[in-house]
Design a protein around this ligand. Structure first.
Ligand code: SAH
Length: 502
């Protein structure tokens, strides 16, 4: 079997040749250009986007002598015979060659890469499972993206070693018997997934996920995905059916990731699911998640406890109304209140809470479309505010005024249509990914279950002309206030043609 040694090769002052000027070459060059611009392209035709990148172009058919003076060669033609010839010629010259999509012919292969300043993370599967390497890269990317990971590594030097080792450890054979992980996905922001959850999701054979788990989050993993939430005909999967589904996959010997919104043990029915596994002798683990109350608290600047103001907090359900309780704690948090918020507020008032007590309703906490409604208990009882699910109700003196203006609301919300090759600024912004048709295998336009609510968006980035047209098929227009950025001239022209023509 071929094996590939990972190395970082010095390439300054070395020339790199690409044979081929189409999509394949473009894709490779987008990685290489992050390290050197000393690139030449030999091809009778060179596609526009590549041409605009401004490398040395030799517009003709490939000949052996083209290889002279180059350090590395990428054979990116769509003709296997030509690629084979390049390989043989390069061997005669003593030049290392990468033949795209052909590890047998390649002297070196390209890992899936994340580059941030001087740091590079490269993921390789020895050329055997490109999809898996890309899935790993995407998971790591989501961890790295806002620099939070970097912060952790700097402050806890030894932890870095432990954490990366942990990510790399394959799931033990023991689990081949079938094993279930009950995992909390957090309240919405995909970066609120724990490192442990991300590692397990990478290794899982099947992911069964709920309504509250964002499709962007699950899309990063290569496992088979089964949606167990509300279906189009608005029928829920019954809990029994879900339990059976988990059991069935486990009994087939699979590693099953049962992914739930927030934390599995806070109104998450995780307890019922492990009950069934226990009965059938299936091994399991529980990975906690950030519950909606904690997400909402952090992303709206409402401390759930606060010295001298609130020394206790209760998590309660607002549904069904007949079950609503009002414990005697300083802070009250109600889950599942979208249709019962007024009844819950009445119950709280009836219990003797002052009319001036501050109240916040937080919809879509930690997501790009987070919305906060505030007022006093008296005011909100009178109002008839429309509340959309998912929403939390928080009541207590720990809620300060003007929480609408919080750190999260100040972040720029950017829709990235297509691949995020050159668009930076991740620390200051929240990115919402719009999957384009030509982006990757098997994706369809607008795969998200829900369309993006453009009223919350500050900027849209289009990575290619075809992404502009894919986006246009879903959203024919968008609010004027949204800034548009495009990857290149051709994309800009397509944008003007489709969105600004009239
Ligand atoms: N296990 C979940 C709760 C599931 S019950 C957790 O720990 O968070 C579903 C309820 O959770 C919703 O009705 C809503 O009240 C709350 N919820 C979940 N995600 C939310 C979000 N992003 N914003 C506001 N409320 C949310």
């Amino acid at each position: 079997m071929k094996s590939f040694l990972p190395l970082n090769i010095r390439i300054d002052n070395k020339r790199i040749l690409f044979v081929g000027g189409g999509k394949i070459a473009l894709h490779k060059i987008k990685t290489v250009v992050q390290y050197t611009r000393n690139i030449s392209i030999v091809s009778p035709e060179i596609q526009d986007e590549l041409h605009q990148m401004g490398f040395t172009e030799i517009r003709k058919e490939y000949e052996t002598s083209d290889l002279e003076g180059f350090f590395l060669v990428y054979a990116c033609t769509s003709n296997l015979e030509v690629n084979r010839r390049i390989k043989n010629d390069a061997a005669a010259y003593g030049i290392m060659v990468n033949v795209v999509d052909n590890r047998e012919l390649s002297d070196f292969i390209s890992p899936a890469v994340i580059k941030q300043d001087e740091m590079t993370i490269a993921v390789s599967s020895n050329g055997e499972n490109v999809k898996k390497a890309v899935a790993w890269r995407n998971t790591l990317k989501s961890i790295v993206q806002r620099g939070d990971f970097q912060g952790t590594c700097q402050s806890q030097g030894n932890e870095l070693v432990k954490t990366t080792a942990e990510i790399g450890i394959p799931v033990p054979d023991l689990h081949k018997k079938g094993y279930v992980y009950i995992i909390g996905a957090g309240p919405g922001d995909p970066e609120l997934l724990t490192i442990k959850a991300a590692r397990v999701l990478c290794e899982a054979d099947v992911i069964l996920y709920d309504d509250l788990v964002s499709s962007d989050l699950v899309a990063q993993f290569s496992a088979r995905k089964i949606y167990t939430g509300k279906r189009k005909d608005s029928h829920h999967f019954e809990q029994d059916a879900i339990n059976e589904e988990i059991l069935r996959h486990a009994q087939e010997g699979k590693i099953v990731a049962r992914l739930k919104g927030g934390d599995p043990f806070i109104f998450g029915r995780g307890g019922e699911e492990i009950e069934v596994l226990r009965e059938h002798g299936i091994g399991y683990e529980i990975i906690p998640g950030i519950t909606a109350a904690h997400g909402a608290s952090a992303y709206t600047e409402i401390p759930l406890t606060m010295r001298k103001v609130s020394s206790s907090v209760a998590f309660c359900t607002g549904h069904p109304v007949s079950k609503v309780q009002v414990p005697d704690t300083d802070t009250l948090v109600y889950y599942m209140v979208a249709s019962t918020v007024h009844e819950v507020l009445d119950a709280v008032a009836l219990k003797g809470r002052n009319d001036t007590t501050p109240v916040a309703i937080v919809q879509n906490a930690t997501r790009y479309n987070q919305k906060i409604i505030t007022g006093t208990l008296g005011e909100l009882r009178k109002g008839d505010k429309q509340v959309n699910s998912p929403a939390l109700l928080i009541i207590g003196d720990n809620i300060r005024h003007s929480i609408e203006d919080n750190w999260y609301s100040k972040k720029k919300k950017i829709v990235i249509a297509g691949e995020d090759f050159s668009h930076s600024g991740s620390a200051e912004s929240v990115k919402i990914h719009f999957t384009c048709k030509r982006d990757g295998a098997g994706h369809t336009v607008g795969e998200r279950d829900e369309p993006v609510d453009l009223n919350f968006i500050d900027e849209i980035y289009f990575s290619s002309p075809s992404c502009v047209s894919d986006f246009h098929t879903v959203y024919q227009a968008f609010p004027e206030k949204i800034r548009v950025k495009t990857a290149d001239q051709a994309t800009q022209e397509e944008y003007v043609k489709l969105f600004r023509a009239c």
